[in-house]
Design a protein around this ligand. Structure first.
Ligand SMILES: [Zn+2]
Length: 367
C-alpha cells in the first residue's frame, strides 16, 4: 500500500497532537508536500548537512527531525547558513522535512517514557502539567436518541478519564422549543410550542479532539438545531506535560546512582551538584533543557533532578535537599530516534525507517 507524507503525519499527530507544542516551536511539515509518496524515512535528533547527505545516500523521501531547522521567519535563502543550504538541497532533491518536537515532549509516551524504562523508574505524573487540555461538552438529546449520541461521542474520543473509558453523566429532563416558519423540527411542528423529554449528556474530552467530537455530535443528534455547550476545564491531566516524577525500583546512594545513569544512558561525562548524603529513590527529570525545573523538583521532594543545559549558579540551588544532575542535552534526547522509529514501525510495514547514524551532538568533550 502506498504511504504518503500525510499518512505519516497523521500517525505522529495522533500520538503527539500538534496542539500540544509550545508556542515558540516550529513543528509539523516544514518543507515539502503532504501528497508526496514515501518509501524511506530518516529519523534524526538534529538535521545537519551530514544528516541531509545521509538521507540522499539512503534514498529517503522524508526526514523526521526532533529539533526544527527553521525556528524564525527567513527573509532570504542564499545558502549562507547550514539550514539554508539544507532547504535549498531538500527542494532540489524533493525531500520533505517533518518536525515533531515539544508536542512529543508533552505526551506520556514521549521521550520520558523511553528514559524511565531504561532507568527502571516507575513514573507517577508529569512535573509540569500542561494547562487547558481538557474540555467538557454538555448536550441535550431526545431520550430515544441519547444512546446513539453518547456512543458516537465516545467513538470520537470523549469520555476517557485515566484508565476509565465511556465516562459520562446523564439525567433526564424537559426541553422546550418553538421553531419559526422557516424551521423543520425533527419532533413537533413549526410555530407550535413544544416540550420534549430529553437526556442531558455531559462528557469530557481532550481539547485537540474538539472538531472530531463536534462532528460526531452534529452527525448523530437528530435535531435541526443542536443545543450544546462547550467549557474549558481547570482540571489537569497528570499525564500531559513536561518532565516527570517517579521512583527507582530500589534506593541507591548518590555515587552509585550517577554511575548507573552514566552506564544506562551511555554518557561520557556528567555534571552534578554537591552530594546531599541522602539515598536516591524519587527522581524528577526533564529531557532537553530543563533548568526551570529545579525549584519544582525540590517542592516535589525529589532526591535528584536530572536535566541538561544547567548554568553554574543552578548547581547552588540544591540547598543540600536535592542532587542536581546535568547529563547533556543531546545525551538526554538521543533516544528519541529509537522512540520515533518504534512508532513508525508499529504503524507502517511497507516503508523503510532508518535512524540517522550521524552523531549530531555539537558539544564535544575533551578528556
Ligand atoms: Zn532538545
Amino acid at each position: 500500500m502506498d504511504v504518503f507524507v500525510r499518512d505519516i503525519a497523521d500517525v505522529l499527530e495522533n500520538i503527539a497532537p500538534i496542539e500540544y507544542a509550545d508556542s515558540y516551536d516550529n513543528i509539523g511539515l516544514i518543507l515539502g508536500s503532504f501528497h508526496k509518496k514515501v518509501k524511506s524515512v530518516l529519523i534524526t535528533l538534529d538535521l545537519t548537512e551530514e544528516v541531509f547527505y545521509e538521507s540522499i545516500h539512503k534514498k529517503c523521501d522524508l526526514i523526521i527531525s526532533f529539533h526544527p531547522i527553521i525556528f524564525k521567519s527567513i527573509k532570504n535563502i542564499t545558502g549562507k547558513t547550514f539550514s539554508e543550504r539544507i532547504i535549498i538541497h531538500a527542494l532540489k532533491n524533493d525531500i520533505s522535512i517533518y518536525v515533531i518536537h515539544t508536542n512529543l515532549d508533552m505526551i506520556w509516551e514521549g521521550p520520558s517514557s523511553y528514559i524511565s524504562k531504561l532507568l527502571r523508574i516507575n513514573r507517577e505524573k508529569v512535573l509540569f502539567p500542561k494547562k487547558e487540555t481538557i474540555k467538557k461538552l454538555i448536550t441535550y438529546v431526545p431520550v430515544d436518541y441519547a444512546e446513539k449520541v453518547r456512543n458516537a461521542l465516545f467513538d470520537a474520543g470523549a469520555g476517557n478519564i485515566s484508565n476509565y473509558s465511556h465516562c459520562s453523566y446523564n439525567f433526564d429532563g424537559f426541553g422546550s422549543y418553538m421553531g419559526n416558519k422557516k424551521t423543520q423540527p425533527f419532533i413537533g411542528k413549526k410555530e407550535i410550542f413544544h416540550i420534549e423529554k430529553e437526556t442531558c449528556i455531559g462528557v469530557i474530552f481532550p481539547d485537540y479532539k474538539l472538531n472530531r467530537v463536534k462532528n460526531a455530535l452534529f452527525k448523530n443528534h437528530p435535531y435541526e438545531e443542536v443545543a450544546y455547550e462547550i467549557y474549558n476545564l481547570e482540571n489537569i491531566n497528570p499525564h500531559i506535560g513536561i518532565g516527570f516524577i517517579g521512583n527507582l525500583m530500589e534506593k541507591m546512594n548518590e555515587s552509585d546512582f550517577l554511575f548507573f545513569i552514566k552506564k544506562k544512558m551511555n554518557v561520557s561525562c556528567i555534571r552534578h551538584s554537591n552530594f546531599t548524603g541522602k539515598k536516591i529513590q524519587k527522581i524528577a527529570m526533564i529531557t532537553g533543557s530543563g533548568r526551570f525545573g529545579i525549584e519544582t523538583a525540590i517542592k516535589e521532594k525529589a532526591d535528584v533532578f536530572i536535566s541538561s543545559d544547567l548554568k553554574y549558579h543552578d548547581f547552588f540551588k540544591n540547598e543540600k535537599k536535592i542532587l542536581i544532575v546535568d547529563v547533556g542535552h543531546y545525551e538526554s534526547e538521543k533516544f528519541t530516534k529509537n522512540l520515533l522509529k518504534s512508532f513508525l514501525d508499529k504503524n507502517f510495514t511497507s516503508i523503510s525507517v532508518y535512524e540517522s547514524e550521524v552523531h549530531t551532538n555539537p558539544v564535544k568533550y575533551f578528556h
